[in-house]
Design a protein around this ligand. Structure first.
Ligand SMILES: NC(=O)c1ccc[n+]([C@@H]2O[C@H](COP(=O)([O-])OP(=O)(O)OC[C@H]3O[C@@H](n4cnc5c(N)ncnc54)[C@H](O)[C@@H]3O)[C@@H](O)[C@H]2O)c1
Ligand SMILES: O=C(O)C1=N[C@H](C(=O)O)CCC1
Length: 242
């Protein structure tokens, strides 16, 4: 498979290593220093683009590839205010976009456990939900994309919540899930869901030991989407039954 890397930072470099180990060819490695190299690429030579760049460049990178009929695996977070516009564009062009806030299989199991826990807590009085995420200090967006997906998992399964609010401890409105972000090096990614009551505390957490889980998931998805169309996510790739 011939891969274009849109973003060649911490994630792009690790994806390049694993993809080459799995026998794939990296056609180009695009970062802020060589964006103009995109003009010299032949789209016919690219099977898939893997996009791990920065919140402000994700949308232009994705639309660049979709315009050229290149399937995109997108991992950059912090651009979801543009979600509707981007996905309408993908569908209009009959393109392929796979987005995941987190490509790690472990986190996607955590997402399912979070949804199940929210359903259980739905009928239980006296507990307040909250989310905390911890990442390295170079992270540009807050809260993390993973924390947003986790909050959506609670909102969609617990009738006591209809929104989330980024907070550093100050109170939020009753129907909103408070989300706290902390930046501590070298944390690759930690997410904690809490349901606290006057009597006890229930906690569900996922701690990434390295970026390897995100990297492996992204490469496996890139191999999987080659013959797929439309806007896809980890629920299409994994089929967990609970
Ligand atoms: N979905 C997931 O599983 C997952 C996992 C880890 C990181 N991420 C996200 O992926 C993104 C990248 O993470 P990272 O740790 O590699 O960041 P990083 O800062 O190490 O790398 C970002 C790279 O993007 C490049 N870049 C900037 N503008 C660009 C442009 N216009 N076109 C192409 N490249 C450009 C930079 O030069 C840099 O090399 C972040 O948004 C992060 O939140 C997602
Ligand atoms: O390192 C990052 O940045 C990460 N970003 C994703 C997020 O925002 O959830 C996934 C975890 C690592």
């Amino acid at each position: 498979m011939k891969i274009l890397l849109l973003g060649y930072g911490k994630m792009g470099k690790l994806i390049s290593e694993l993809a080459e180990k799995r026998g794939h060819e990296i056609i180009a490695k695009i970062s802020i220093e060589n964006v103009e190299d995109l003009d010299n690429l032949d789209p016919e030579e690219i099977d898939v683009a893997i996009e791990f760049s920065q919140p402000e460049s994700a949308v232009s990178n994705i639309t660049w590839a979709i315009e050229r009929h290149i399937p995109v695996v997108a991992g950059t977070t912090g651009w979801l205010d543009e979600w509707k516009r981007v996905t309408e564009f993908v569908n209009q062009k009959s393109g392929t976009l796979f987005y995941a806030s987190n490509f790690s299989i472990g986190v996607n199991i955590f997402f399912k456990a979070n949804e199940y826990l929210a359903k259980l807590m739905n009928d239980t009085d006296g507990y307040s939900a909250s989310i905390k995420e911890i990442h390295h200090t170079a992270k540009l967006d807050a809260p993390s994309g993973t924390a947003i997906t986790t909050a959506e998992g609670i909102i969609n399964n617990h009738k006591g919540y209809d929104s989330w609010t980024l907070t550093q401890g100050e109170p939020v409105k009753r129907n909103s899930v408070p989300v706290e972000s902390e930046r501590v090096d070298p944390t690759p990614g930690t997410h904690i869901v809490k349901y606290d009551s006057p009597f006890d505390l229930i906690e569900l957490s996922h701690t990434a030991h390295s970026r390897e889980g995100f990297v492996k998931g992204a490469v496996l998805v890139a191999e999987w989407i080659l013959d797929k169309k439309g806007v896809l996510n980890m629920n299409d790739f994994l089929s967990f039954e609970i």
